[in-house]
Design a protein around this ligand. Structure first.
Ligand SMILES: [Zn+2]
Ligand SMILES: [Zn+2]
Length: 254
């Protein structure tokens, strides 16, 4: 799998884009940053969008992707996520008030977007990749995903505070080649991290012990940029042998 980091930040500012990974040019994982990261032609290559949850920094560009793709594609873009996630997108974003319902535009028979609701836990094949998921610890319904091909796999935590099930998925996967894990706030803001369903480097260290895969490179995303210097210092202290703080724009072959 080729992974392009279109955005790795916990918010938006010049040079900092919200969380978004492009897999093999065709599958978008979260939609924090796509309309300003890819040309229209490259946006038109996206056949599937998979959402971890319906917070704005993870779905906002679904609105602009849909708008941009009017007249650009013959087939709808499939939007995947557990049903509670897609229900929130439908109710609060593409609700014909905040933004048009692009599952009925230009017509209901061949719209720009098509919802593909998933159960709250399970597995599915998307774009030839086996995708499994588990709920994480966040104020709204949120999942982390495991992506598996025949030989390789990677884990994506989604937004989460201290959690369990997603680490078990990663720990038990023999072909795991990478783990993308959120860390948002510095250690001195542990209470805020817990209340908002996020992690500090100290909390990350506990999660890495549960994942128990020192053989697997870890990539950190969702940093709040106003704390970036502190986060870099604290993350550098962690004992994991391969830990990279993402900046956005990286490309990995996994
Ligand atoms: Zn969130
Ligand atoms: Zn977020």
């Amino acid at each position: 799998m080729q992974l392009k980091v279109l955005g790795s930040s916990g918010s938006r500012a010049p040079g900092f884009h919200a969380s978004c990974l492009l897999i093999d040019d065709h599958l978008l994982l979260d939609a924090g940053t796509v309309s300003i990261a890819l040309s229209l032609e490259d946006q038109a290559l996206i056949n599937d969008v998979l959402l971890t949850h319906a917070h704005l920094d993870h779905m906002v560009d679904l609105a602009f992707l849909a708008d941009n793709m009017l007249g650009m594609r013959d087939q709808p873009i499939r939007v995947w996520g557990p049903k509670p996630v897609l229900d929130m997108v439908q109710e609060h974003l593409l609700n014909n008030q905040v933004w048009p319902d692009f599952t009925r535009i230009p017509n209901p028979e061949n719209p720009v977007l098509q919802y593909c609701p998933l159960p709250e836990e399970g597995s599915v094949q998307i774009a030839g990749i086996t995708v499994r998921w588990e709920q994480t610890n966040h104020p709204v319904f949120t999942v982390g995903y495991l992506f598996e091909t025949e030989d390789d796999a990677f884990l994506y935590s989604g937004d989460t505070s201290d959690t369990e099930a997603i680490w078990k998925l990663g720990r038990e996967c023999d072909k795991l080649r990478g783990a993308f894990i959120e860390t948002s706030f510095p250690n001195r803001l542990g209470d805020l991290a817990t209340k908002s369903g996020h992690m500090t480097p100290a909390m990350l260290e506990n999660q890495l012990a549960k994942l128990d895969r020192d053989d697997v490179p870890v990539y950190i995303f969702h940093m709040k940029q106003q704390y970036l210097d502190e986060l870099h210092k604290e993350l550098a202290q962690l004992p994991h042998p391969s830990l990279t703080v993402l900046q956005g724009g990286e490309v990995y072959e996994i």
